[in-house]
Design a protein around this ligand. Structure first.
Ligand code: GLU
Length: 257
């Protein structure tokens, strides 16, 4: 299987911006093991801004664009240094790919990206992708890595997209506020009712915006890719997801039901 895994800042770093060593080490170990088992792995990783905040003399996540860009430029180095070091321990080679939303709007740039990605996969490399935060100001950015993960997954024709977050998946209501909230383990069609679960003021179902995850699910499933939202606190969960077990919320790709 070709598997694209998107991992969010909440899994990779503590609120201080410092690396969550346990999560990152486990993630790299599981991804390396899945690769050893014969799967192809593409990793879409956030965390550049968060880690930049941890390294720079900044007390909190910046709100102004130049400081965000500066933090991302610093943090991206730390992020890749960490991945390179940890994947090397398991004899895997990684590549860094930084893209912006505009790259997908230009046929030639998109083609260049695809050529690079497919060649890297042929060479047995694990591409690690993030938005190019130095360049990607609002007008040209994808904006969030859930959507970026879905675009990348369809671009490389992944069989599966996994979004690792700080939530278990999709619920019928916010489980922290509503004891009757039911967990939804399979979504065969993204109906308006499902859509409605992501929106609404104050009803965000978990801290990692469900709206961007549903947008990602739309993009992935339309292209025939299954997408699973799962909790990244235990990266071993990826084994069960790849085995098709019922963990997290699985959105069934068109033509796969
Ligand atoms: N590109 C951002 C970063 O690396 C993350 C964007 C997102 O997680 O949605 O910090």
């Amino acid at each position: 299987m070709r598997i694209t895994v998107k991992v969010g800042t909440s899994t990779l770093a503590y609120p201080t911006g410092r690396l969550n060593i346990r999560h990152v080490e486990e993630l790299v170990k599981v991804l390396s093991d899945l690769k050893n088992a014969g799967h192809e792995i593409v990793l879409v990783s956030s965390g550049a801004i968060g880690m930049g905040v941890g390294k720079l003399p900044l007390s909190e996540r910046p709100t102004d664009m130049p400081t965000k860009q500066a933090a991302a430029a610093v943090g991206q180095c730390e992020l890749m240094y960490t991945y390179d070091r940890l994947f090397t321990e398991y004899n895997h080679v990684v590549a860094q790919i930084l893209i912006t939303g505009a790259d997908f709007d230009h046929a030639d740039r998109k083609q260049n990206l695809e050529n690079t990605m497919f060649r890297l996969l042929e060479l047995g490399v694990i591409p690690i992708i993030n938005e190019n935060d130095t360049i990607a100001t609002e007008e040209i950015s994808v904006g969030d890595n859930d959507t970026l993960g879905a675009i990348v997954a369809t671009c490389v024709k992944s069989d599966l997209l996994v979004i690792l977050s700080d939530i278990d998946g999709l619920y019928t209501a916010d489980p922290r506020k509503d004891h009757n909230a039911r967990f939804i383990s399979v979504v065969e069609t993204i109906t308006p009712e499902i859509e409605a679960l992501a929106g609404g003021s104050g009803s965000s179902l978990g801290t990692g915006g469900m709206a961007t995850k549903l947008r990602a699910a739309h993009i992935a499933t339309e292209a025939g890719t299954d997408m699973v939202i799962a909790n990244g606190a235990r990266p071993e969960i990826l084994y069960d997801i790849v085995d098709g077990k019922r963990v997290g919320t699985r959105f069934i790709g068109e033509g796969r039901a």
